[in-house]
Write a protein that binds this ligand. Structure first.
Ligand SMILES: [Zn+2]
Length: 82
């Protein structure tokens, strides 16, 4: 019985990932959130189907307002006209 000793010299190259700093592009400013006043606590939003269009979602207001997770549109509950 013999003991075979294998020595492996493994040289690992550490891959360096260059962290690219994402500089703010002055030409691409984020759109300001639209504010929609409504008298209903249940609203639906589809981004108007334009450039900011998204699947229609139903939002339920909490504390008198709700923000659309898609287009950041803010719906504010107005006083009910009675
Ligand atoms: Zn929306």
């Amino acid at each position: 019985m013999g003991i075979i000793r294998t020595t492996k010299a493994q040289r690992r190259k550490t891959a360096e990932f260059k962290s690219s700093t994402m500089a703010d592009d002055p030409t691409q400013s984020p759109p300001e959130p639209d504010i929609v006043h409504t008298s209903q606590t249940e609203v639906k939003c589809d981004g108007d189907g334009g450039a900011l269009g998204h699947p229609r979602v139903f939002l339920h207001m909490e504390n008198g307002q709700v923000e659309c997770p898609y287009c950041d549109r803010v719906f504010i509950l107005t006083a009910e006209a009675d």
